[in-house]
Design a protein around this ligand. Sequence first.
Ligand code: PLP
Length: 426
Amino acid sequence: MSAAASNTARYWLDEAGAVASSRPPVFPVHAVRADFPALSRTVHGRPLVWLDSAATAHKPRQVIDAVSDFYARHNSNVHRGAHTLAREATDLMESARSRIARFIGAGRPEEIVFVRGATEGINLVAQTWGRSRLSAGDEIVLTTLEHHANIVPWQMLCAEKGALLRIAPLHDDGTLDLPAYQSLLGPRTRIVALAHVSNVLGTVLPVRAMADAAHAHGSVVLVDGAQAVPHLRVDVRELGADFYALSGHKLFGPTGIGVLYGRSELLEEMPPWQGGGSMITSVSFEHTQYAPPPQKFEAGTGPIAGAIGLGAAVDYLESIGPDAAHAHETALVAYARHRLADDVPGLRLLGPSTGVGVTAFTIAGTDPAHIAEALDTAGIAVRAGHHCAQPALRRYGLTAAVRPSFAFYNTHHEIDQLVRELASAR
Ligand code: PLP
């Protein structure tokens, strides 16, 4: 029996990371990998091992083909021009909007605003909803584990409005101190902005409980779903999210496209952000009438090919079965945590054992950047650094960590390679 097979047999772990009594259903990972052209390339003469999907995920052929077919056959601007290609492009983009709305459980396609990514979605809310609603002394509640994309836009708003940030703390294991969070909420809380899944700890925040508590204080809730949608089934209404932001490129779609979900009532009341074509119904020098959402927030020519590619990515995920993919990933992350902790001397894992998608770590006496460079020479791609989450790392006394991250196309064998290279690099 190979080392990989024997190690796999040692650890059949259930969803909670406990040793399972039986082998989980087999996910056809090798058939799925064949859909991703980039996964068959080599780096430094070695097969690519892509453990950097939290930074950006690879794209299946189905997404690449959808984007290329748009440019090859249907390329046109949308929402204007009474010719065939304009109608085709508009239908393709609006059909993608409807499928993405269904994928995340939105009530209506009009609740889906196309943006550049999670960062732009959060900035949009800060600059429109936030600027029109906040005044001096109002409070914005964040958590310690936020990505900089969900910190800096709120700091900028606070500087402009005289509002204040309140930060919910974490336990030592990377989970949220829920009572401490609840104690931060009060009559001045206007918005709670939280990550669904942490990009550095893998922590899944208890979004529903946090949203219920925020709503009880009359606050709205924005969820940064950048690291959640690639891994978990998301239903924005069940979560109680008023806003939900995501990035297409982490969801196996193109770069330059993302989604801001907003509840209709909020989007209707919010002022527009950028002005220009496509976001109006009439313009005169005296007065401009804005279009209804989502067009009100989509000034200028949008990311048409990106939206169509993201629609194809969502179709692809539905076709492989998100639940089976998630079960495979859960087993991978649990396996990685056990092997890293057991077989690499001096390695310290970050985040809870129930973490999703990532297993960040440090190795005593070794610079994370040097570890990532050594792994690259073996064809293994991981991130090292602050992961745009400096406050989260600082909470654990760190300025940098190594972060392997996983998607459903990764294998147990790749984790064995990671562990072998780490052990030998030492
Ligand atoms: N939020 C989280 C949790 C992330 O991990 C990231 C990117 O890594 C972002 C937001 C920002 O995403 P983007 O750069 O695609 O806008």
